[in-house]
Design a protein around this ligand. Structure first.
Ligand code: GAL
Length: 343
């Protein structure tokens, strides 16, 4: 009897001890205990208005999250100033300081393997955004994500803004009434994954929509307002009143084109379209400088980047929170805007 009692007590004690160890082990792994998170962000250029807008939104998200959860967020944002070596050193620093997650807007998207190798060694997740690493790199690890926009969608929306204007009134595009809509095209960086697709599908959408197009010329202005303005100035001298439409891969270049037309004293109703819907772009739209844009939902953009970084940092299941395509890719919402459809 006594022996059986001893056995029972021993068994109960063992079960309790095992449960205790399991619980303690579980507690140790529970990342909810983290009272603060450190997230490093590296921007390809801090002076790019579209990127800057996302940066402000990220900062807002971090503050909101702190308020809602009491978890302190240290969000350190670095400007890589268009230099990949600078960016690599910034990433190295984040990793050596043991940041919980990093968000990288690559300077040169073709060399993301450097960042990936280092992040994998340090076991720190990476949310890439806006400048997409090649698929081969993205597939190297499950803790890599990409947040961006569907370039074909932006372009089709942009093209349709002009198709609709043409359908409503052909003369609003074909200003000189010669039966052709003559356009010039301003393109983003040639190395950016979206430039070529935006250009191709914008023009294709106009053709599909039955607009009789004539391409006068085109050029690369690297997303930049002053480069676009300089090109447009040359084209204005070269083609003068033949220019009826200016298709731009982003709003900054659209604003640059508008600057040049203004400087040249061109008051014809040349239609300029952009993409991004940055605060500056929307101002331009309101002021009548540009006719239309495609706005990317920057709230959603920043939220997905931030929530992914936080969920990864806390060891939560990211897929349960955000629906990534193939577990890795997220394309943000976009909407076409003209002065008439501004909210
Ligand atoms: C594009 C955006 C451009 C520029 C570029 C930088 O998506 O339309 O304005 O910000 O990203 O990579």
């Amino acid at each position: 009897m006594k022996k059986r009692y001893v056995l029972e007590v021993t068994a109960a004690a063992l079960i309790l001890a095992a449960a205790g160890f399991w619980y303690l082990g579980r507690e140790e792994r529970l990342p909810q205990e983290k009272q603060s998170l450190r997230i490093g962000v590296a921007l390809y250029r801090g002076d790019d208005p579209f990127i800057n807008n996302i940066r402000s939104k990220l900062e807002e998200k971090a503050k909101e999250y702190e308020k809602a959860t009491g978890i302190k967020i240290v969000l350190e944002v670095e400007d890589s100033k268009d230099n990949q070596n600078t960016q690599n050193s910034q990433v190295d620093r984040f990793l050596s300081l043991g940041y919980d997650a990093i968000c990288v807007n690559m300077v040169d998207r073709s060399v993301a393997s450097y960042v990936i190798n280092k992040a994998m060694d340090a076991d720190i997740p990476v949310v890439f955004f806006n400048r997409e690493p090649v698929e081969e790199d993205m597939n190297r690890w499950e803790r890599l994500y990409y947040v961006g926009e569907d370039a074909k969608e932006s372009a089709v929306l942009q093209g349709n803004i002009l198709v609709e204007a043409y359908k409503e009134d052909e003369g609003s595009l074909d200003l000189n009434g010669d039966g052709k809509v003559s356009y010039v095209l301003l393109e983003g960086e040639s190395s950016h994954q979206d430039s070529l697709i935006r250009t191709e599908w914008s023009v294709q959408t106009l053709k599909d929509g039955g607009v009789p197009l004539e391409r006068l010329t085109g050029g690369i202005a690297n997303w930049d307002r002053s480069q676009a303005s300089a090109l447009m100035e040359q084209w204005e001298e070269q083609f003068g009143d033949s220019i009826e439409v200016v298709i731009c891969n982003n709003d900054e270049m659209a604003l640059g084109a508008a600057d040049a037309l203004e400087r040249a004293g061109n008051t014809r109703a040349v239609k300029i379209v952009g993409i991004d819907g940055t605060p500056q772009g929307i101002e331009g739209l309101k002021a009548g400088k540009i006719y239309g844009t495609v706005q990317c939902d920057s709230e959603e953009y920043a939220e997905v980047i931030f929530e992914t970084a936080v969920a990864e940092a806390l060891g939560q299941n990211v897929q349960e929170k955000i629906e990534f395509q193939n577990g890795k890719y997220y394309q943000c919402r976009q909407v076409a805007l003209t002065a008439d459809t501004l909210p």
